[in-house]
Design a protein around this ligand. Structure first.
Ligand code: ADP
Ligand code: MG
Ligand code: MG
Length: 904
């Protein structure tokens, strides 16, 4: 017979799967000898059984009896004993903390029959009635499903009738009346009396917790947070301790360090004469831990000792829930606490200095996402601000701008130079223009995976979504938030990290951490000014980033098209350029040179057009290679279809038609139109581009290679150390690369003559076929670079521009996708092709250099994958370089067998 129930002294913190987080940590604290009230946990196995059969397994009832007797014996009190009753709490607790599940029920076991005994034992009748009204209220709403508002309304009415400010001012008689009212509410709402049998209360509460695992609310939350539906929750039954026994009692929450800033020293809130969630529910104003020290030094000391013990044991910031019952401290919950990005860095480094963790472990405890959050501009902490409302922080950043309610206005105002916040109920693909124009996006509906959130994160635009208090009346042209009415043009400020929305403009400051990564430690410290906490944060980031550099195997390069970008990336620690997209050098004025190449009718004309481009390209490469002196610089030959450089088909058709109508046809335009028509492709992404273009348009690739070679040669003659690499895009077969390679080598030999220039020639792996035939392709390649954007498109058959706005939000909501495969590499599919490519290539060339140059190169989770696959480097946007350095270091220490493996 399986076992379902475990006493607190039987479990431990590593049993979260079985006991849930709360249960596992209660057991751990019990084993540490900390003051935890006795209790037991009904395991997640029982919940899974409940889901399968629709009822609590019968043996649970028996095991609960046994475990309950242990609690009763330990305390010398019995459930239902009219003289001195035991009361318990029934608490849900899944592996991951989960709002949306059933709330805790306190004071289970209190009935008309046990109430006098409780009052007598405590010597406090008022307390007994207060506990009773709380039980009916909590049990009524969470177990019996009575509308919570009915209880609160009755409570408020009682407070008003007694002329009382808050619940503590209600006297015994008032509370007794309130209990009667509450009981009436239960009878009225459920058609039955509030249960009079303590054990029935307990069993009903246990079943209700299991049942709450599968509510719509809980399922929704799990989908969003990517938590499995099959984990199940545990139930904890804990002997009650009472913080509502008067002034020498109370309840509180505390953190062993400040979770907002990471400052050392405990931090917490305390509420005298209170129970359960009163502290967080804000029923009255709370006191600080310093106040507690004044009121009750002994309890405060006990609390500090317990917190120190916990921090030493967990070797991390812990948060706790505690209750003081008549001067005696009890711990009711602990866990490794959540913290801000800044706190994460400061705490990790502080714990190293305190000798509690190694630097490798510290590195494992911070993340690239946290580092990138620290790089965004932030609201000046000293600036005044008026909170308007709060939503979900969906895309970090600090945005200040004027309200626009529709795309037209957003675009028009942005064009006029204004910063715009697009305010919508929700966004759809039709809002794209407005979203692109906006500095920030605010929606009233939706969560972290809503259309607005997904698109905003993709664009790096600050966004707050699901701000439910925001009512938008587009017809009337106004936004209402409570009493405040705003109009288009009014300025608001968004904090995309916290989800806060402020009325008016809040001053934004550069992040000192951003200054540090761009310009070095001194600059960062300088930006911190005399804010010691910020200076400490900058130092902490520096230490962990430097440590990451010393540990990582992956090198970090940047995707940089210009010398400026390359220099920016280099300052941030890039070790070369992994992708220079040469097409960006053909925009603007230079388009017309390419136009001439396209329109050429014979070789001579085409050669002339290409020759005109040569000096321009040479200058581009010279500047780039100068910026990357001594570092590998991968230059990709022209990739996109040529018609991208020609005018738009519709525009041009209209122009030609109009000219013809006016009787003044333009022969150039007509030739151009014919070419555009000829080259028009239904699906350009899969058309004439990349290597296909190079093999079709004679001389095009040769021009680029010549420009690279001439630039490099000139630099070398000037005593520099240029290290260009030529990369061929969209290769699908070894033969394609063979042909291009022959041409590249011919041009190199021609340009260099006897002066040898060592230019590696490699290819992008961005088609499944290339990955699958990598062993053959590698025969022609000096290196591979995985283009995971196109590889994702071609593996999934997604056209990114078309699918992201159209149906990704739906796919994320219904769980087909848990994250956009363009954001984090799809390890199972696209990742398998990367693995096949690396393995195939190295099977014939063991040392073959392999890197990645898609946007995934800057994504934390993807970087860990690339480390595991054995790539040599990742290449990402210049701004992501520090994030990639950090994550590459983390990948090394977190890898199986890495030094921080055990703590991961
Ligand atoms: P949540 O998961 O929402 O924090 P908890 O199960 O931790 O819910 O309980 C809610 C509140 O009730 C917390 O403040 C907790 O400390 C308090 N509480 C739970 N069990 C007991 C108990 N046996 N005695 C006193 N207070 C309790
Ligand atoms: Mg709660
Ligand atoms: Mg809790």
């Amino acid at each position: 017979m399986p076992r379902y129930v475990y006493r607190f002294d039987e479990g431990g913190k590593d049993q979260k799967d079985l006991l849930g987080g709360k249960g596992a940590n209660l057991a751990e604290m019990t084993r540490l000898g900390l003051p935890v009230p006795p209790g037991f946990t009904i395991s997640t196995d029982a919940c899974r059984e409940f889901m399968r059969t629709g009822r609590v397994p019968p043996s649970v009832r028996v095991e609960v009896t046994t475990a309950l007797r242990d609690v009763e014996d330990a305390l010398g009190r019995r459930l239902g004993d009219p003289d001195d009753p035991l009361l318990v709490s029934v608490r849900s607790g899944a592996k991951f903390s989960m709002p949306g599940m059933m709330d805790t029920v306190l004071n289970v076991g209190l009935t008309d029959a046990t109430l006098p005994g409780l009052a007598a034992a405590a010597g406090d009748e008022r307390f007994a009635w207060d506990s009773y009204r709380r039980l009916i209220q909590m049990f009524g709403t969470t177990v019996l499903g009575v509308d919570a508002g009915r209880f609160t309304a009755a409570l408020e009415a009682a407070e008003a009738a007694a002329g009382a400010g808050t619940d503590v001012d209600l006297d015994t008689a008032a509370l007794r009346d309130l209990v009667a009212t509450f009981r009436d509410i239960v009878r009225d709402a459920t058609g039955r009396d509030f249960p009079r049998d303590p054990r029935e209360q307990l069993d009903l509460a246990i079943a209700a917790v299991f049942g709450s695992w599968d509510t719509e609310r809980a399922r929704l939350y799990r989908r969003r947070e990517r938590i499995g539906h099959d984990l199940g929750t545990a139930v904890n039954v804990v002997a009650m301790v009472f913080g509502n026994l008067g002034d020498d009692s109370g309840t509180g929450v505390a953190f062993t360090r400040d979770p907002a800033t990471g400052r050392p020293g405990a931090y917490g809130d305390y509420l005298p004469d209170a129970q359960g969630e009163d502290v967080v529910a804000g029923v009255r104003n709370t006191l600080t831990l310093d106040d507690l020290r004044e009121r009750d030094p002994a309890s405060h000391r006990a609390l500090e000792t317990a917190m120190r013990r916990l921090e030493t044991h967990y070797r991390d910031l812990c948060d706790i829930e505690f209750t003081i019952e008549r001067g005696r401290l009890w711990l009711l919950q602990t866990r490794v606490g959540k913290r801000t990005a800044a706190a994460a860095f400061r705490i990790a480094v502080a714990l190293v200095d305190e000798g509690l963790i190694t630097t490798d472990e510290a590195l494992a405890r911070v993340s690239g996402d946290q580092l990138s959050a620290l790089l965004f501009g932030q609201f000046d902490p000293a600036a005044a601000r008026a909170l308007l409302t709060r939503g979900v922080g969906a895309s970090p950043g600090a945005a200040v701008g004027e309200i626009a309610l529709d795309d037209d206005r957003a675009v028009a105002r942005a064009d006029a130079g204004a910063d715009v916040i697009l305010v919508r109920r929700e966004t759809t693909p039709d809002d794209l223009a407005g979203m692109i124009a906006a500095t920030g996006i605010l929606t009233a509906r939706g969560g972290k995976t809503s259309h607005a959130a997904v698109v905003a994160r993709g664009m790096g635009t600050c966004a707050v979504v699901g701000a439910e208090q925001v009512e938008i009346d587009t017809a009337a042209g106004q936004v209402r938030v409570g009493d405040r009415v705003l109009h288009p043009g009014d300025v608001i400020s968004l904090d995309g990290a916290t989800g806060e929305v402020f009325d008016g403009a809040v001053a934004v400051v550069d992040s000192p951490v951003a200054r540090y990564v761009a310009d070095g430690l001194d600059a960062g410290l300088d930006a911190a000014g005399d804010d010691a906490a910020i200076a400490e944060l900058v130092r902490a980031v520096h230490r962990l980033l430097t440590h990451a550099d010393s540990r990582r195997r992956l090198r970090v390069r940047a995707n940089a098209d210009t010398a400026d970008d390359a220099a920016r990336a280099r300052a941030r620690g890039a070790q070369g350029v992994g992708l220079c997209r040469t097409e960006h050098q053909f925009l603007g004025e230079r388009r017309r040179h390419l136009e001439r190449v396209v329109l050429a009718t014979d070789d001579a004309e085409r050669t002339a057009a290409l020759d005109a481009l040569l000096p321009l390209q040479r200058a581009d490469f010279a500047a780039l290679l100068e910026a990357t002196d001594g570092q590998p610089t991968t230059i990709r030959l022209l990739d996109p279809p040529l018609h991208e450089f020609l005018p738009d088909l519709t525009d041009l058709s209209v122009r030609v038609a109009l000219a013809a109508e006016r009787g003044r046809p333009d022969p150039h335009d007509e030739r151009l139109l014919a070419a555009v028509r000829r080259m028009h492709e239904t699906n350009p992404m899969l058309g004439l581009r990349g290597v296909r273009l190079g093999l079709t348009v004679p001389g095009l690739f040769a021009l680029q290679v010549r420009a690279v070679a001439e630039a490099a040669l000139a630099l070398r003659r000037a005593g520099r150390d240029p290290r260009p690499e030529i990369m061929v895009p969209l290769v699908g077969s070894a033969r394609e690369l063979h042909l291009v390679r022959a041409e590249v080598e011919r041009v190199l030999a021609e340009v260099c003559g006897p002066e040898r220039l060592d230019v590696p020639v490699g290819c992008m792996i961005e088609l499944p076929r290339a990955a699958l035939t990598a062993a053959r392709v590698a025969g022609e390649a000096d290196f591979f670079s995985f283009g995971t954007n196109d590889l994702t498109q071609t593996t999934w058959g997604f056209s990114r521009d078309d699918v992201e706005g159209a149906f990704f939000a739906t796919y994320l909501d219904n769980g087909v996708l848990t994250v956009s495969p363009f954001e984090t590499i799809d390890a199972d599919g696209v990742g398998a092709l990367v693995r096949a490519g690396v393995d195939g290539g190295r099977s014939v060339k063991p040392g073959l250099s392999c890197g990645v140059c898609g946007e995934h190169g800057g994504d934390p989770e993807s970087i860990r994958f690339f480390h595991d696959v054995g790539l040599d480097y990742v290449s990402c946007s210049p701004f992501r370089v520090p994030v990639a350095r950090l994550e590459a270091g983390r990948a090394a220490v977190l890898a199986p067998g890495g030094d921080a493996d055990a703590t991961a």
